[in-house]
Write a protein that binds this ligand. Structure first.
Ligand SMILES: [Zn+2]
Length: 468
């Protein structure tokens, strides 16, 4: 398996720190609003990386944070007249709903910045003790020039940075030793959430949280650190500086970054009016369509979002689902149980498609080519399965399609969603069956609901139900 490493700008063979295990950290969103489709890209891409690693037999410890203390969260809280915590809790819950809709698996751990302040204070103190950080009037800065490898990820040179990027200088530069130094801790302003520290009542800078959470949940060294390419500089560069100066070890072996998402060939922005949240997309499309659309491009290529491309993704996904449904029908209605000789010969060739799929994914997660391999398999199924096919042959093909789709996090056989009203109706019917002592029918209804993820609870107040 080869991964393109941003740091070396090459595809490298993946060799984990510990055989059979992958420690992976993906920078998560700042939760002050519904996530937008730009946020969705790294979620979908790196969830697919994780799924493929798991398919390859690795045990993946996948950590992705929520940044729940930040200027934008505080601004939104002030705007609504509620606490910052209320804002972050609300949008973490909404983000998790969107993730579920996109079939993004929950991380092994989803740490929250505000729950990890003690660890951040510890790491900042270590950096001060080692001479990599200093306190000026309650603000702690990282001494960037002291870390000789600074710039190794973004391939930037410190002197060029200083000369060419005046805009990088942030507020408070007057008290910094060097304009390139960045903030680890800052004193609170009026009305902001704050924590006690040896330097001031205040809050951490953004970069320190990922260094701390990665260390706590994955250890001092990890296999893969990932995020959107906009995070390469300064966020990931600063994470490297903090972690490597604190721990004295190489932080991450591989750095993966997904490219930007444009809308109709323009940068997504609120001012251009081409800003979409995942929730808005979900009102128009099954979010599986969004997932398909994102995976139909290489993660390192810029991706252009347009209504046309979403429509073609919708049709493509539909084609695969139709093939799976036809195979299921054949499986259920086949006359012959076992494969004919001709089918056996055809079946021997099926592994070719899986091989193509794996080759594509092994080559730096080329999901577009992997989807193309699934399409070839679908085409093969469509042209070789008919009403005379055996159950075994149809099952073989259907299982193959379902499994490869599942590795991509794509659902080939969507469960039919039952509406609340339908559920109530079935429950009434079950009650009537019980009254008539038709227990077989009553059980049948219970099982039918169970299959669709609805659990019934017989209580003293009557029958209650819940979705799985
Ligand atoms: Zn981060």
């Amino acid at each position: 398996m080869r991964i393109f490493n941003t740091e070396t700008k090459r595809k490298e063979e993946f060799v984990p720190l510990e055989p059979g295990k992958v420690r992976m950290y993906v920078c998560g969103p700042t939760v002050y609003n519904f996530i937008h489709i730009g946020n969705a890209r790294p979620m979908i891409v790196f969830d697919t990386v994780r799924r493929y690693m798991e398919y390859r037999g690795y045990e993946v410890n996948y950590v992705s944070n929520f940044t729940d203390v930040d200027d934008k969260i505080i601004a939104k809280a002030n705007e609504e007249g509620v606490s910052a915590q209320e804002i972050s809790e609300r949008y973490i819950a909404e983000c998790k709903k969107d993730m579920a809709g996109m079939n993004v698996k929950p991380a092994t751990t989803h740490p929250l910045a505000t729950q990890e302040i003690d660890g951040m204070i510890d790491m900042i103190q270590t950096l001060i003790d080692k001479g990599y950080a200093y306190n000026v009037n309650g603000t702690v800065y990282f001494r960037t020039r002291k870390f000789k490898d600074y710039g190794k990820l973004s391939h930037k040179n410190l002197d060029d940075l200083r000369a060419g990027n005046r805009s990088l200088l942030v507020t408070g530069e007057d008290q910094k030793e060097d304009p390139l130094d960045f903030v680890l801790w800052k004193p609170k302003k009026e009305g902001e959430p704050s924590w006690q520290s040896p330097w001031s009542d205040g809050r951490p800078g953004w970069h320190i949280e990922c260094s701390v959470m990665s260390k706590k949940y994955l250890g001092e060294q990890i296999d893969i650190h990932a995020g959107g390419e906009d995070l390469i500089f300064p966020h990931h560069e600063n994470e490297i500086a903090q972690s490597e100066c604190c721990n004295g070890k190489i932080f991450s072996k591989y750095w993966m970054h997904n490219a930007f998402l444009n809308i109709d060939n323009r940068k997504m922005s609120k001012s251009l009016g081409n800003f979409f949240t995942v929730r808005e997309i979900s009102e128009k499309y099954d979010l599986q369509v969004l997932r398909f659309f994102m995976l139909n491009a290489h993660y390192r290529s810029p991706l252009n979002f347009s209504a046309e491309l979403m429509e073609s993704s919708k049709n493509a996904l539909e084609r695969i689902r139709n093939a799976a449904a036809n195979l299921k029908y054949t499986e259920e209605h086949a006359q012959a149980e076992t494969m004919s000789e001709a089918e056996q010969q055809l079946a021997a060739g099926i592994s070719e498609y899986r091989k193509k799929f794996e080759e594509a994914m092994d080559d730096d997660f080329n999901t577009a080519d992997a989807l193309a391999a699934i399409f070839e398999l679908v085409k093969f199924a469509n042209s070789n399965v008919n009403e005379n096919s055996s159950r075994a042959f149809a099952k073989l093909l259907r299982d193959e399609i379902l499994q490869l789709m599942d590795v991509m996090g794509l659902i080939a056989e969507p469960k039919e969603e039952l509406l609340d009203a339908d559920i109530e109706k079935l429950i009434e019917e079950r009650q009537a069956a019980r009254k008539a002592k038709n227990f077989a029918r009553a059980d049948e209804i219970r099982n039918e609901l169970l299959e669709k993820g609805i659990t019934l609870l017989d209580t003293r107040e009557g029958v209650k139900w819940k979705r799985a």
